[in-house]
Design a binder for this molecule. Structure first.
Ligand code: PLP
Length: 379
């Protein structure tokens, strides 16, 4: 019981239950709805689209594959397909649900990319047909920053497989490039709050009205019955604030990250001339550099840099510690040794030049030290 008949009861609003009908619950509900509109505005989703808050992009991706498993279609048409089309660049949060559906009887086409990370358009078109149930292509890759032409792929899907749900995992793209649900022409989009300034543990699935919605979690009327359970009000309020920030300062964010990344690469390429950039600072995400340092073990480099106060990762952060080399780098044709010598460097928006230079300098020095030590061991 909360006693607060007065004007301003002293409670933490974000710990209130938005489903409660008393005034405090309604205040929490209003905050949740305001955040929903901020997220909708961030991704340019129409009023008719569902914005379903959830724990993050992993859950959102699983939700869309759950829908597909139930036979949901993008638009009413005859027949429900059994085929799934994804790219070899997708995050495990797409690949694993897709593989699970394949185990349950769907067929799965994984479209390859070339050594520059460009999708094999011919294989993509060939895979699409009247049996295609869901197509999932990420906006931008989390390890290389490489982008896919989602809008034009969506047009191809509408033409060749109009019944298919076209989903994009935009977890890495939001806050780093313009992402507009309506302009992309997708049916579903996943996003993750911690990629653009909200805390970890909050994200959303945006779902076009035309897709037959189906719950991810049952047991409550929350999120239009599509995701039961008391809402994470604190996370939702935070993602609303982060969404507004990301939307209103997108151009400045992009410029600051791109100039920081260019500076890092300039320092690395002059300090370590045989370093190889996978991807492109101009055409890819402005903040992500995937760099191979031939002969250096990426895991050792990550540890050395951590000691120097610089946080980078070997492959995707969420797959660190896995013995296998990155599936993304392997998909681009890197050998196991090359993939194991590659680190991902990410920049935050608005980092000052000094900090960026200090980070780049630590990378150059650590690589030189590792190489020296290896030579010393070899003597
Ligand atoms: N999809 C992509 C492209 C990602 O980069 C990530 C996380 O790094 C995810 C999905 C998973 O997001 P979350 O941590 O919000 O579940």
């Amino acid at each position: 019981m909360l006693i607060g008949a007065g004007a301003d009861p002293k409670v933490c609003e974000t710990s209130l239950n938005p489903s409660a009908i008393h005034r405090l619950g309604q205040r929490a509900k209003a905050m949740v709805e305001a955040a929903r509109e901020e997220v909708r505005a961030l991704v340019g989703a129409p009023k008719s689209a569902h914005v379903i808050f959830c724990s993050g992009a992993t859950e959102a991706n699983n939700h869309i594959f759950t829908l597909a498993a139930r036979g949901a279609r993008a638009r009413a048409s005859t027949g429900v397909g059994k085929q799934i089309v994804v790219t070899s660049f997708e995050h495990p949060a797409v690949l694993e649900p897709a593989q699970e559906l394949a185990r349950l009887g769907s067929s799965l086409a994984i479209i390859p990319v070339d050594t520059s990370g460009v999708l094999d358009q011919a294989a993509f078109e060939k895979a699409l047909g009247t049996d295609t149930q869901i197509v999932s292509v990420m906006c931008a890759n989390n390890e290389t920053g490489l982008r896919f032409p989602v809008a034009s792929l969506a047009r191809t899907v509408k033409e060749k497989a109009p019944q298919a749900i076209f989903h994009t995992d935009a977890a890495q793209a939001i806050g780093k490039m313009p992402v507009n649900f309506a302009e992309l022409g997708v049916d579903a989009l996943s996003l993750s709050g911690h990629k653009f300034g909200a805390p970890a543990g909050i994200g959303a699935l945006i779902l076009a009205e035309s897709v037959a919605a189906y719950p991810m979690i049952r047991g409550g009327t929350q999120e239009s019955r599509l995701r039961g359970g008391t809402e994470n009000v604190l996370g939702i309020v935070a993602i609303g604030v982060a969404a507004r920030e990301a939307r209103t300062s997108l151009t400045e964010r992009i410029e600051s990250m791109r100039s920081g990344a260019a500076l890092v690469w300039q320092e690395i390429s002059s300090g370590v001339p045989d370093a190889l950039l996978r991807g492109s600072i101009d055409a890819g995400l402005p903040n992500t550099l995937s760099v191979t340092f031939p002969g250096c073990n990426a895991d050792d480099l990550v540890v050395a840099l951590d000691i120097a106060g610089v946080c980078v990762s070997a492959g995707a952060a969420c797959s660190s510690g896995k013995p296998d080399p990155s599936h993304v780098l392997r998909a681009m044709g890197l050998t196991g040794a090359e993939a194991r010598s590659t680190i991902r460097i990410s920049l935050e928006p608005f980092m000052d030049r000094e900090t960026v230079l200090r980070g780049a300098d630590a990378i150059v020095k650590s690589v030189a030290l590792m190489r020296e030590q290896r030579c010393a061991h070899a003597v």
